[in-house]
Design a protein around this ligand. Sequence first.
Ligand code: PLP
Length: 369
Amino acid sequence: MTTVFGELDHVLLMAPGPSPVAPNVLKAMSIPTLGHLDPDCIKVMDAMQDQLRAVCKTKNAVTFPISGTGSAGMEATFVNLVERGDDVLIVNNGVFCSRMVEVATRLGAQVDVVECPWGQPIDPAAVKAQLDKKHYKILAAVHAETSTGINNPIAAIGELVKNSDTLYLVDSVAGLGGVDMRVDEWGIDAFYSGSQKCLSVPPGLAPASFSDAAMETIAKRKTKVPNWYMDVSLIRKYWEGSPRVYHHTAPINMYYAMHQALDNLLTEGLDASFARHVAMHQRLTDGLAKLGFTPYVKEGGAPQINLFLPPAGVDANTLRACLRKEHKIEVAGGLGDLAGKVIRVGVMGEGAREEPIDRLINAIKACIN
Ligand code: PLP
């Protein structure tokens, strides 16, 4: 018997997730596995929680990674806060906002949607108009819309519900680490991200944070959280207090990876990381402009998620296939209405560096000439 590992290509990941993983993060993952209640495991967890609070800019006690990908973060925030019949307002300008609508609807929420044009940041005035008409238990928005390459104005939208009892739920799967996120200052009550984007950790963890107001709402639920695995009131007992209470077996090698990647990020400095993402976005945009590519987003595009319309005569999917086959580089295609029309390039975490950006530009040049 033999594995297929020897046949695998070493692919440069330049799609908007997963992003390249730093060698020291891969190395950390190979530290021998510890038991989930071992004192050394708890040491890693405590340190990682402090790092996450620093990166999310929050003092929330309930801050830890949910076991699972970004979608697990989405499920965890909604399933803990929503009870059947609750009024939920979701602001929609892309695929991942639409997924929120699906998740909340499945939980029996009364979901209203503020539909906003794709490819443009959300206009807070449109959200305010709906909030003026009706009271909502939850207002939900996506920070970085990966399908269209937009960073939404999360702070301005949060202002609309700041002094109310409406809870603010935010997805920053594709933003955290690459662009600023201020959970406390922006009044976010339920927050989640994903490991595999700007944090440059393999997929499998969803950093999450819940405010005291969110935890009080959960404590007052009339019904039990319908999903045992995602019940944060149970999971929190594993993350704080003594003795720690087993909930599910911790994916400790993923914790090693997250702990190392967050150390890399905090050692660089958050502001330096944000500036690097902007600079590398510019380098990519300038390089591809010389090859005739135009950005899909005209104004306010996210530095970490770049959508480009190819020049006339270049087919987006043929180009992607060439990049993968001839140059061992992955970029993504368009989602939804943009399928086949654009390429989506991640400038995320370890991918937001000169060497991978230049390698991609040169490969695109070779593919289209
Ligand atoms: N939310 C956003 C904004 C995303 O970009 C993604 C994935 O790309 C998700 C949620 C879902 O995350 P995952 O695919 O890790 O489950």
